[in-house]
Design a protein around this ligand. Structure first.
Ligand SMILES: Nc1ncnc2c1ncn2[C@@H]1O[C@H](COP(=O)(O)OP(=O)(O)O)[C@@H](O)[C@H]1O
Ligand SMILES: [Mg+2]
Length: 400
């Protein structure tokens, strides 16, 4: 608190009387009795060039209207969860008060986001109490008021947000984004899947960002978007690349992607969201699977399975094909964990893997713990045994 520290460090606050004199009376007001001012609002900027997502925007509104207190937008990294949450929040912010956007990546970031909220509730108190106390006051406020909306972006552990179930009950609404799949959320939040962009939306995103090559660009962009599996982050990066480098048409971009996959999966320029790389988006999920090393092996092996038809966003791998990889319980566990992190889809017959996840997972990178050259080679050798002749040589390249 440090309100009355002296030079010698001998005395801090001497007595309760001193404390009462230095602490403003607002600090003793119960959070239940504090009114939220109009400025109590933390909402992201409206996403630029927002495309598609009509069904998902509608699903979020309907979910809350139908009484869901907590909803989670889940899906593969880079598919557009945060952007969707931001778009929905910006356009529905007037229906809730207050609205507060929180970085949900860890228990610490959530506590810090709530402390920020608590601080804004009472500026005077913010200066004299600890962040923990502010977060606690924020929770007390939320529990005693209605009509609010919290958005927690990029939650990595459902246990970090479980406490909000009690707080939200009948009072407010919580919107979460996460890579963790629906099964992980079943007892906490209503899950809303965020799929890949539609072809139409992907092409629109590309041509809105890269406006230079009108005419020719649309047909070429369509093919490029398909090659990128309609993943929003990849489409946005490809468009930014094409805009940045004069004369780089979608067609030429594809050729470069095939020739230099590792370079092209890097970000086109620095200092913005675009710094996120395709590999960088998925590797944190693999970091979290470190306790199941087989998961990484399975993903790197799946990377070599060719699609049934060219141009599909997702490759289907029949599950029996994978049986030689490991004993059934271990293989099953590895697949479940990959699915829980949205790195693969899983049904009774098939494993589904996005073509860009495949492309990245078969591209060696010295700087990555998950794609070291020897790991990639071992996976390829394994894939040759498991998939036989289907593991084609030209498949080594970034896209097929
Ligand atoms: N619906 C959309 N319209 C326009 N751009 C989008 C859309 N969805 C995603 N993007 C772009 O793709 C990038 C990655 O999306 P993001 O929401 O960060 O993905 P996620 O949160 O699923 O990892 C964003 O920076 C954004 O520019
Ligand atoms: Mg996100």
């Amino acid at each position: 608190m440090g309100a009355a520290a002296t030079g010698d460090g001998a005395t801090a606050v001497n007595s309760r009387t001193d404390l009462a004199l230095t602490v403003p009376s607002e600090a003793f007001v119960s959070p239940a009795d504090i009114a939220a001012g109009p400025g109590l609002r933390k909402v992201p900027d409206e996403p630029r060039n927002f495309v598609g997502r009509r069904d998902e925007l509608h699903a979020i509104s309907k979910g809350f209207d139908d009484g869901a207190m907590m909803q989670v937008l889940y899906g593969l990294g880079g598919t557009g969860k945060t952007t969707l949450a931001a778009q929905w929040t910006v356009h529905h912010a007037d229906q809730y008060h207050p609205v507060w956007w929180v970085d949900g990546r860890s228990a610490k970031s959530i506590a810090s986001g709530l402390a920020g909220f608590g601080g804004r509730l009472q500026d005077v108190v913010a200066k004299i109490v600890t962040p923990e106390a502010l977060s606690e006051r924020a929770q007390q406020w939320l529990m005693s008021h209605s009509g609010w909306l919290l958005v927690l972006d990029n939650v990595n552990d459902p246990d970090d947000v479980r406490f909000l179930k009690t707080i939200a009950r009948d009072h407010g609404r919580v919107l979460i984004t996460s890579r963790l799949a629906a099964a992980v959320w079943h007892d906490i939040a209503t899950a809303v899947p965020v799929p890949l962009l539609s072809e139409e939306a992907a092409v629109e995103l590309f041509t809105r960002i890269c406006t230079r090559h009108e005419g020719r660009v649309v047909a070429e962009a369509r093919r490029l978007c398909a090659e990128l599996g309609f993943l929003a982050l990849a489409v946005q990066q490809a468009a930014a690349y094409c805009l940045l480098e004069e004369g780089l048409t979608p067609h030429r971009y594809l050729a470069k992607l095939a020739e230099f996959p590792d370079v092209m999966h890097q970000a086109p320029y620095e200092g913005s969201q675009l710094e996120r790389t395709m590999a960088g988006v998925w590797e944190p999920s693999l970091d979290r699977l470190a306790d199941t090393p087989l998961a990484g092996d399975v993903l790197r092996t799946l990377a070599w399975f060719p699609p049934a038809e060219l141009g599909l966003a997702t490759t289907n791998v029949p599950r029996p094909v994978l049986h030689p990889l490991a004993p059934p319980p271990a293989l099953h566990k590895a697949l479940l964990r990959l699915a829980a992190h949205s790195l693969i889809g899983l049904d009774q017959e098939n494993v589904r893997v996005h073509r860009l996840v495949q492309a990245v997972a078969r591209t060696p990178s010295e700087g990555s713990a998950h794609r070291m050259p020897h790991q990639i080679e071992a996976a390829r050798a394994r894939a040759e045994v498991v998939f036989g002749t289907r593991c084609r040589d030209d498949f080594r390249r970034g896209t097929s």
